[in-house]
Design a binder for this molecule. Structure first.
Ligand SMILES: [Zn+2]
Length: 270
């Protein structure tokens, strides 16, 4: 058990902080009144993968018959299923010269907080999600972002999982990403699509047309300048019954020097 730690009155978050049993009772009572919404699809061997990542392997390591218990061996990229990308994914060094943080080095406080769903379903595959789109979506739900909100971009692309159209999504640009991170103080942005940027096809077309490398992964690489995390491959954002006024947990699994971590993303609505 980790001792409670207080820093200028701010509650800190500790992994495996069990606390006294009375507070567990309070927590369970509070959880009992919440509706829980699963925003992660199941990882399976048929999960669509980008060509640089191999298909997931899930195989029995031993079974009940021979060993009296069952266990599987799994082998897949950090970027399989719903996962959180760390700044280290975007580059080894952040723009201020410090080493980019890997997933195990990021503050837990980033991964639990107030959620907001921005409805961007009108954007077409290959479109940029620009600053004006984000402002319009916020105005529609009459919400003003505050630092550390967890912003969930609702494109509806998760409905195309297991089809080739899943690889075609509207995606963030450099300016819209920096607007959220630098101007609004957002640390975690999620999308219910295969990737956070536009489809690779669209980026490559722009690169071939202009010869300018700025068109390749502009939203990912914005994280070199302004470190942030993106959640890719969310699902079921339509099941969250309101666009704000709920909590999101998206704690990534802790693997040493990992570029990303699998996350079971959950929205809690009271
Ligand atoms: Zn990723």
């Amino acid at each position: 058990m980790t001792a409670p730690d207080h820093n200028e009155g701010k509650r800190e978050m500790h992994m495996a902080d069990t606390g006294p049993s009375s507070s567990i009772g309070g927590l369970l009572a509070a959880l009992g009144s919440l509706k829980v919404h699963d925003a992660s699809p199941t990882i399976d061997a048929d999960m669509p993968m980008w060509f640089m990542y191999e298909a997931p392997e899930i195989a029995p390591l031993f079974g009940h018959a021979e060993a009296g218990a069952a266990a599987n061996r799994v082998a897949f990229s950090e970027h399989t299923g719903t996962h959180v990308d760390a700044p280290f994914h975007y580059g080894p060094t952040s723009a201020d010269g410090t080493p980019a943080k890997s997933i195990d080095e990021l503050p837990l406080e980033w991964f639990h907080g107030d959620g907001v769903v921005l409805d961007l379903r009108h954007k077409a595959p290959g479109d940029f999600i620009g600053i004006a789109d984000l402002e319009e979506a916020l105005a529609k739900i009459d919400y003003e972002l505050k630092p550390m909100d967890i912003v969930l971009l609702w494109t509806g692309t998760d409905r195309k999982l297991h089809s080739k159209e899943y690889f075609e999504q509207p995606g963030m640009g450099r300016d819209s990403t920096l607007w959220l991170v630098q101007e609004q103080g957002i640390k975690v942005i999620g999308i219910d699509a295969f990737g956070f940027d536009r489809p690779f096809r669209a980026m490559r077309e722009d690169f071939e047309r202009t010869g300018d490398g700025k068109w390749i992964w502009p939203a990912h690489f914005a994280g070199i300048e302004a470190p942030y995390c993106q959640i890719e491959k969310l699902a079921n954002l339509d099941a969250i019954p309101r666009p704000h006024g709920f909590k999101v947990s998206c704690f990534p699994i802790k693997v040493k020097r990992a570029s990303a971590g699998f996350a079971r993303v959950v929205a809690f609505v009271d």
